[in-house]
Design a protein around this ligand. Structure first.
Ligand SMILES: Cc1ncc(COP(=O)(O)O)c(C=O)c1O
Length: 376
């Protein structure tokens, strides 16, 4: 790997291009193609079976590990990554703390597939204070999501980690929204940084993937054993595509954040819009914590339109917004979250800014909002 170019002395753009790249060899491609294998030819001390290991995974894991600051394990989805952390750490009867307002399937998998844990749910904005008052006593694992999806609340990672260490509890952070360029949870003493790489990390809306980075090698080895035994393994082609996409992460995040800030500023106070949240606006309740804890802004803005009909009218009036769930991709998308059962108002939308031209996007969104008239 081009380790020297991934070291912290370089900027993010340099590091993502170099991450996981093999050394330059005359006549060879910059990066080998995906390795498709089930068994490998046997020999002394060689790879033997592709559920255990695959060189395409290893290259991507090296890249992620360099960006996260700890050994990484790739999984076939963000939910597989979250499930791997839960199942490799917890034993029946253990207490686990998860966000009441984070990605809903984390609560879903615990309720429906893993009903033998004691689950405590706490809102993202309150978990640090609650943990500081002894809330984690008796808990084995606390999983926080920051910024939270969809509400964009932020959790104080240093405070949660200090309280968890005092209580002998492990900490996992869902870092999907930020990516390792936006926030490095392991630097705060967090044990697991997990993510849905389906979102901004890969950013092209063409694959499903996840990973977990760990503070120590022992926990990574345990996750690897879980992956090998359960067979929850990713396809090499998805991983190869993800690694290819990583090289543009800095560029994409930069444009997405520029677009998000411009939209937030243009739409904040618009008569058709209420409850706008973007943690990098000075007036946002999460602003101080987000700017202190995070390394860069992200590209998601949320707000309320009057109701479901107003969201439909907004989408019909916009020429650039695509109606779609997920976030972090190249295309600007609008998702009405009540559709999926999130505890939000019927007109609450999550806008994931793509990489379109900022002026085009602002003009389009303002025109669509203008077409709605005022909220009642
Ligand atoms: C914050 C967060 N974590 C985890 C997931 C699950 O990821 P995946 O869809 O890749 O399984 C999602 C998906 O939307 C998410 O938003």
């Amino acid at each position: 790997m081009s380790r020297e170019r991934v070291s912290p002395q370089y900027g993010d753009g340099t590091r993502v291009v170099a991450a996981g790249q093999p050394p330059a060899v005359a006549g060879e491609p910059f990066r080998p193609g995906p390795v498709f294998a089930a068994p490998y030819h046997l020999g002394p001390d060689t790879r033997f079976y592709a559920r255990n290991e695959n060189p395409t995974w290893s290259a991507f894991e090296q890249a992620l590990g360099a960006l996260e600051g700890g050994p990484a394990v790739v999984f076939p989805s963000g939910m597989a990554a979250a499930s791997a952390v839960l199942q490799s750490v917890l034993r029946p009867g253990d207490r686990v703390v998860v966000p009441s307002d984070g990605y809903y399937q984390v609560r879903g998998v615990l309720a429906e597939e893993l009903p033998w844990y004691e689950v405590v749910t706490v809102p993202t904005a309150e978990v640090a204070g609650w943990a500081g008052e002894g809330g984690l006593a008796g808990a084995t694992l606390v999983l926080v999501e920051t910024p939270s999806n969809p509400g964009l609340d932020v959790c104080d990672l240093a405070a949660v980690t200090a309280a968890a260490q005092a209580a002998g509890c492990l900490v996992a952070v869902d870092n999907t929204m930020a990516t390792p360029l936006g926030q490095r949870p392991l630097d705060f003493g967090v044990d697991f940084s997990l993510a849905s790489d389906t979102k901004a990390l890969t950013g092209h809306s063409d694959l499903v993937l996840g990973h977990v980075a760990c503070r120590d090698a022992e926990r990574a080895a345990r996750l690897l054993a879980w992956r090998t035994r359960t067979g929850v393994v990713p396809g090499p082609f998805e991983v190869w595509l993800a690694h290819r996409s990583l090289g543009t992460l800095d560029l994409r995040l930069h444009r997405q954040a520029t677009n998000a800030r411009a939209l937030a500023e243009a739409l904040s106070g618009h008569p058709a819009i209420g409850g706008l949240r973007y943690p990098w606006l000075a007036e946002d309740p999460a602003h101080d914590l987000a700017t202190a804890q995070m390394l860069r802004p992200s590209g998601v803005v949320v707000f309320d339109l009057a109701d479901e009909a107003a969201v439909d009218a907004f989408l019909a009036a916009s020429r650039l917004a695509l109606a779609a769930t997920s976030f972090g991709g190249l295309h600007t998308t609008v998702d009405r979250r009540a559709r999926w059962g999130d505890a939000v108002a019927p007109g609450f939308v999550r806008v994931s800014c793509g990489v379109e031209d900022t002026a085009d996007l602002v003009a389009d969104f303002v025109a669509a909002a203008d077409s709605l008239g005022s909220r009642p």
